[in-house]
Design a protein around this ligand. Structure first.
Ligand code: FE2
Ligand code: FE2
Length: 222
Protein backbone atom coordinates (compact mmCIF):
# COMPACT_ATOMS: atom_id res chain seq x y z
CA UNK A 1 0.00 0.00 0.00
CA UNK A 2 2.81 2.37 0.94
CA UNK A 3 4.62 1.63 -2.34
CA UNK A 4 1.44 2.26 -4.36
CA UNK A 5 0.99 5.52 -2.50
CA UNK A 6 4.55 6.59 -3.34
CA UNK A 7 4.13 5.80 -7.05
CA UNK A 8 0.91 7.76 -7.26
CA UNK A 9 2.40 10.65 -5.25
CA UNK A 10 5.50 10.82 -7.40
CA UNK A 11 3.47 10.77 -10.62
CA UNK A 12 1.28 13.65 -9.50
CA UNK A 13 4.24 15.73 -8.31
CA UNK A 14 6.21 14.99 -11.46
CA UNK A 15 3.45 16.42 -13.64
CA UNK A 16 3.63 19.67 -11.72
CA UNK A 17 7.44 19.67 -11.56
CA UNK A 18 7.74 19.49 -15.36
CA UNK A 19 6.14 22.93 -15.57
CA UNK A 20 8.97 24.63 -13.63
CA UNK A 21 11.66 26.59 -15.51
CA UNK A 22 15.13 24.98 -15.92
CA UNK A 23 16.56 27.54 -13.46
CA UNK A 24 14.05 26.68 -10.74
CA UNK A 25 14.53 22.96 -11.42
CA UNK A 26 18.33 23.31 -10.99
CA UNK A 27 17.90 25.27 -7.75
CA UNK A 28 15.34 22.73 -6.50
CA UNK A 29 17.68 19.81 -7.20
CA UNK A 30 20.48 21.47 -5.21
CA UNK A 31 18.11 22.28 -2.32
CA UNK A 32 16.92 18.68 -2.39
CA UNK A 33 20.50 17.37 -2.08
CA UNK A 34 21.34 19.74 0.78
CA UNK A 35 18.12 18.82 2.63
CA UNK A 36 18.96 15.13 2.29
CA UNK A 37 22.42 15.67 3.82
CA UNK A 38 21.07 17.74 6.74
CA UNK A 39 18.31 15.22 7.45
CA UNK A 40 20.68 12.25 7.30
CA UNK A 41 23.09 14.00 9.68
CA UNK A 42 20.32 14.78 12.19
CA UNK A 43 18.99 11.22 12.03
CA UNK A 44 22.52 9.92 12.74
CA UNK A 45 22.56 12.15 15.82
CA UNK A 46 19.25 10.52 16.90
CA UNK A 47 17.47 13.86 16.57
CA UNK A 48 13.73 13.06 16.89
CA UNK A 49 12.52 14.19 13.47
CA UNK A 50 8.75 14.71 13.52
CA UNK A 51 6.70 13.51 10.56
CA UNK A 52 3.16 12.39 9.86
CA UNK A 53 3.51 10.47 6.62
CA UNK A 54 4.07 6.98 8.00
CA UNK A 55 7.77 6.49 7.17
CA UNK A 56 9.07 3.18 8.52
CA UNK A 57 12.80 3.80 8.21
CA UNK A 58 15.42 6.55 8.22
CA UNK A 59 15.90 6.00 4.47
CA UNK A 60 12.24 6.83 3.86
CA UNK A 61 12.58 10.03 5.91
CA UNK A 62 15.71 11.07 3.97
CA UNK A 63 13.97 10.24 0.70
CA UNK A 64 10.95 12.34 1.70
CA UNK A 65 13.21 15.25 2.66
CA UNK A 66 14.90 15.14 -0.77
CA UNK A 67 11.55 14.93 -2.54
CA UNK A 68 10.10 17.84 -0.57
CA UNK A 69 13.20 19.88 -1.52
CA UNK A 70 12.64 19.10 -5.19
CA UNK A 71 9.15 20.54 -5.04
CA UNK A 72 9.56 23.35 -2.52
CA UNK A 73 9.21 26.13 -5.13
CA UNK A 74 6.39 24.47 -7.08
CA UNK A 75 4.27 27.60 -6.62
CA UNK A 76 6.66 29.47 -8.95
CA UNK A 77 4.77 27.84 -11.83
CA UNK A 78 2.22 30.57 -11.26
CA UNK A 79 4.67 33.50 -11.01
CA UNK A 80 5.13 35.28 -14.38
CA UNK A 81 8.51 34.29 -15.88
CA UNK A 82 9.37 37.91 -16.72
CA UNK A 83 9.45 38.57 -12.96
CA UNK A 84 11.44 35.43 -12.14
CA UNK A 85 13.97 36.24 -14.88
CA UNK A 86 14.17 40.00 -14.40
CA UNK A 87 17.81 41.15 -14.45
CA UNK A 88 17.35 44.48 -12.67
CA UNK A 89 16.17 45.25 -9.18
CA UNK A 90 12.66 44.05 -8.40
CA UNK A 91 9.89 46.49 -7.50
CA UNK A 92 7.95 45.99 -4.27
CA UNK A 93 4.98 44.68 -6.29
CA UNK A 94 7.21 42.17 -8.06
CA UNK A 95 8.73 41.06 -4.75
CA UNK A 96 5.20 40.59 -3.42
CA UNK A 97 4.29 38.49 -6.45
CA UNK A 98 7.34 36.25 -5.88
CA UNK A 99 6.44 35.86 -2.19
CA UNK A 100 3.05 34.57 -3.28
CA UNK A 101 4.63 31.37 -4.65
CA UNK A 102 4.11 29.91 -1.17
CA UNK A 103 0.37 30.52 -1.33
CA UNK A 104 0.20 29.47 -4.98
CA UNK A 105 1.57 26.07 -3.93
CA UNK A 106 -1.40 25.69 -1.62
CA UNK A 107 -3.79 26.67 -4.39
CA UNK A 108 -2.17 24.23 -6.85
CA UNK A 109 -1.96 21.22 -4.57
CA UNK A 110 -4.74 21.41 -2.01
CA UNK A 111 -7.71 20.62 -4.30
CA UNK A 112 -5.87 17.54 -5.62
CA UNK A 113 -4.85 16.38 -2.15
CA UNK A 114 -8.49 16.40 -1.14
CA UNK A 115 -9.20 13.93 -3.96
CA UNK A 116 -6.57 11.44 -2.77
CA UNK A 117 -7.16 8.46 -0.51
CA UNK A 118 -6.65 8.93 3.21
CA UNK A 119 -3.51 6.75 2.90
CA UNK A 120 -1.96 9.12 0.37
CA UNK A 121 -2.95 12.41 1.92
CA UNK A 122 -0.39 12.64 4.80
CA UNK A 123 2.55 12.37 2.38
CA UNK A 124 1.21 15.11 0.12
CA UNK A 125 0.22 17.31 3.04
CA UNK A 126 3.78 17.10 4.35
CA UNK A 127 5.20 18.05 0.93
CA UNK A 128 2.76 20.93 0.79
CA UNK A 129 3.83 22.13 4.26
CA UNK A 130 7.36 22.55 2.93
CA UNK A 131 6.12 24.37 -0.20
CA UNK A 132 4.05 26.78 1.88
CA UNK A 133 6.30 27.33 4.92
CA UNK A 134 9.91 27.38 3.67
CA UNK A 135 10.05 31.20 3.84
CA UNK A 136 8.82 31.38 7.42
CA UNK A 137 11.47 32.52 9.92
CA UNK A 138 12.36 31.08 13.32
CA UNK A 139 11.69 34.53 14.88
CA UNK A 140 8.24 34.82 13.28
CA UNK A 141 9.08 37.57 10.76
CA UNK A 142 8.82 35.39 7.67
CA UNK A 143 5.95 34.76 5.27
CA UNK A 144 3.24 33.85 4.32
CA UNK A 145 1.75 33.36 7.82
CA UNK A 146 4.43 34.63 10.23
CA UNK A 147 4.74 31.28 12.02
CA UNK A 148 7.60 31.02 14.53
CA UNK A 149 9.87 28.38 16.10
CA UNK A 150 8.60 24.82 16.09
CA UNK A 151 5.19 25.92 14.79
CA UNK A 152 7.02 25.91 11.45
CA UNK A 153 7.01 22.31 10.16
CA UNK A 154 10.41 20.62 10.64
CA UNK A 155 11.16 19.98 6.96
CA UNK A 156 10.23 23.56 6.07
CA UNK A 157 12.86 24.70 8.62
CA UNK A 158 15.42 22.42 6.98
CA UNK A 159 14.38 23.75 3.58
CA UNK A 160 14.76 27.37 4.75
CA UNK A 161 18.47 26.82 5.45
CA UNK A 162 19.15 24.83 2.27
CA UNK A 163 17.17 27.26 0.14
CA UNK A 164 18.89 30.38 1.49
CA UNK A 165 22.34 28.85 1.09
CA UNK A 166 21.71 27.87 -2.53
CA UNK A 167 20.16 31.26 -3.30
CA UNK A 168 23.29 32.99 -1.95
CA UNK A 169 25.85 30.87 -3.81
CA UNK A 170 23.94 30.75 -7.10
CA UNK A 171 24.08 33.27 -9.88
CA UNK A 172 20.68 34.90 -9.91
CA UNK A 173 19.28 37.31 -12.44
CA UNK A 174 19.18 40.08 -9.87
CA UNK A 175 22.26 39.54 -7.67
CA UNK A 176 25.88 38.33 -7.77
CA UNK A 177 26.69 35.01 -6.03
CA UNK A 178 28.43 34.79 -2.64
CA UNK A 179 31.25 32.33 -2.01
CA UNK A 180 30.30 29.19 -0.11
CA UNK A 181 32.33 30.41 2.89
CA UNK A 182 30.54 33.78 2.93
CA UNK A 183 27.14 32.12 2.52
CA UNK A 184 27.93 29.64 5.32
CA UNK A 185 28.90 32.55 7.59
CA UNK A 186 25.66 34.35 6.75
CA UNK A 187 23.61 31.25 7.61
CA UNK A 188 25.47 31.05 10.94
CA UNK A 189 24.87 34.74 11.61
CA UNK A 190 21.13 34.20 11.13
CA UNK A 191 20.97 31.18 13.48
CA UNK A 192 18.28 31.80 16.08
CA UNK A 193 16.74 34.70 14.15
CA UNK A 194 15.95 33.48 10.63
CA UNK A 195 16.85 29.83 11.15
CA UNK A 196 16.39 27.01 13.68
CA UNK A 197 19.76 26.87 15.54
CA UNK A 198 19.84 23.04 15.66
CA UNK A 199 19.34 22.83 11.90
CA UNK A 200 22.05 25.46 11.34
CA UNK A 201 24.46 23.36 13.46
CA UNK A 202 23.68 20.33 11.31
CA UNK A 203 24.11 22.37 8.14
CA UNK A 204 27.50 23.69 9.25
CA UNK A 205 28.59 20.11 9.98
CA UNK A 206 27.65 18.89 6.48
CA UNK A 207 28.87 22.01 4.64
CA UNK A 208 32.07 20.31 3.37
CA UNK A 209 29.90 17.54 1.86
CA UNK A 210 27.52 20.13 0.41
CA UNK A 211 30.46 21.91 -1.25
CA UNK A 212 31.81 18.70 -2.74
CA UNK A 213 28.38 17.68 -4.03
CA UNK A 214 27.42 21.05 -5.52
CA UNK A 215 30.79 21.55 -7.19
CA UNK A 216 30.42 18.14 -8.74
CA UNK A 217 26.87 18.86 -9.93
CA UNK A 218 27.87 22.18 -11.50
CA UNK A 219 30.91 20.73 -13.27
CA UNK A 220 28.68 17.94 -14.52
CA UNK A 221 26.15 20.41 -15.92
CA UNK A 222 28.69 22.31 -18.13
FE1 FE2 B 1 10.74 29.65 -2.28
FE1 FE2 C 1 13.76 28.08 -3.36
Amino acid sequence: MYIMSQISSSYYLMKLYQQLSPEVKGHSLRVSLIMGLITEYMLNLQYPIPHQFGAKSDDEIISFSREAGSYHDIGKIEVPSQILKKSGELTEDEMEEIRKHTIYAERLMLPCIKELSTAEQPYFKSVLEVCVSHHERWDGYGYPYGKAGKDIPFFARVCAVADSFDAMVSRRYYSAPKTSVAAGEEILRCSGSQFDPQIVSAFEAVLPQVNRLLKYKRRDAK
